[in-house]
Ligand binder design. Structure first.
Ligand SMILES: [Zn+2]
Ligand SMILES: [Zn+2]
Length: 275
């Protein structure tokens, strides 16, 4: 990562963590630094619901496309243009869940790159039938006919040198998952957890109690300095949500030291093209 990239980072906490990582690495010498890979993330906002599609890649250049919700050619061109510009090689599409705003570009994306699509099987019906949302939004939302490969709780999804652990977090949908990179301390939370909010549970398959069980059982026990990339809205981190998320009251914990620990994440989250 070059200094210009560091300056582009939006949030001070990531900025300082990144700087401390670079300083620490300098002590171990150049070879050690170069031999370590690091997760890079580019976040795009797509379609009228401002869904966040993430590209995640490491220094091998292999990348995963998470929730390709692009709705038109202009949005698709932004995603594909970035992939071409960086010389990345998409190797898989990962779905945090089957809702239309996360899958509007799925059929084209899967066809264009001819790569597998991984999703939790409990969302297969939701992925294929968008009748509820056509009525709800009065929009022409096509049904999605794409074959998916199953992911399950505890699975380790690998691309390049990166490992994403699947945390099945039902509630927003039955097959909702979060994807956790423990090494780089990043969680892709889909529509389960947002900055200062949680996913809605009033669509088919939604279950509020189950969502709360997922958040408290699987997410609130994670390290506070894990960055969270939600399916809508700004990025956050676990400590911030544990302390302040109003939907998790009265369980909010006392103030935590968010900069605690020497092994701060090595993620490089770029939202500069975000719109
Ligand atoms: Zn959703
Ligand atoms: Zn969504």
């Amino acid at each position: 990562m070059n200094p210009a990239q560091i300056l582009l980072l939006e949030r001070p906490c990531v900025f300082f963590k990144t700087v401390s990582y670079l300083c620490q690495s300098a002590r171990f010498g150049r070879h050690n630094f170069l031999s370590r890979t690091m997760l890079h993330i580019k976040i795009f906002s797509f379609n009228p619901l401002q869904e966040k599609c993430s590209l995640a890649w490491d220094d091998t250049g292999e990348c995963a496309i998470i929730d390709p919700g692009f709705a038109d050619k202009a949005e698709k061109d932004r995603l594909y243009g970035f992939i071409a510009e960086k010389g990345l090689k998409p190797v898989m599409i990962l779905l945090t869940h089957g809702h239309f705003d996360h899958t509007l570009g799925l059929k084209q994306c899967a066809g264009d790159w001819n790569i597998p699509v991984l999703m939790h099987p409990a969302d297969k019906e939701i992925l294929k039938d968008n009748g509820f949302f056509r009525k709800m939004f009065g929009m022409d939302i096509p049904d999605v006919d794409v074959e998916t490969e199953d992911m399950a709780d505890g699975d380790e999804i690998r691309f390049g040198d990166t490992v994403l652990e699947v945390l099945h977090t039902p509630g927003h949908t039955p097959g909702g998952v979060c994807l956790l990179d423990r090494k780089d301390k990043v969680l892709f939370s889909g529509d389960t957890l947002f900055a200062g909010s949680i996913g809605r549970t009033d669509a088919p398959g939604g279950d509020y109690d189950m969502l709360m069980e997922s958040i408290f059982g699987k997410l609130m026990s994670l390290d506070g300095d894990i960055d969270v990339v939600p399916g809508h809205g700004p990025t956050t981190n676990i400590a911030e949500e544990r302390m302040k998320n109003p939907f998790l009251q009265p369980f909010n914990l006392p103030i935590e030291d968010e900069e605690d620990g020497d092994n701060a994440g090595q993620d490089d989250i770029d939202t500069t093209e975000d719109r």
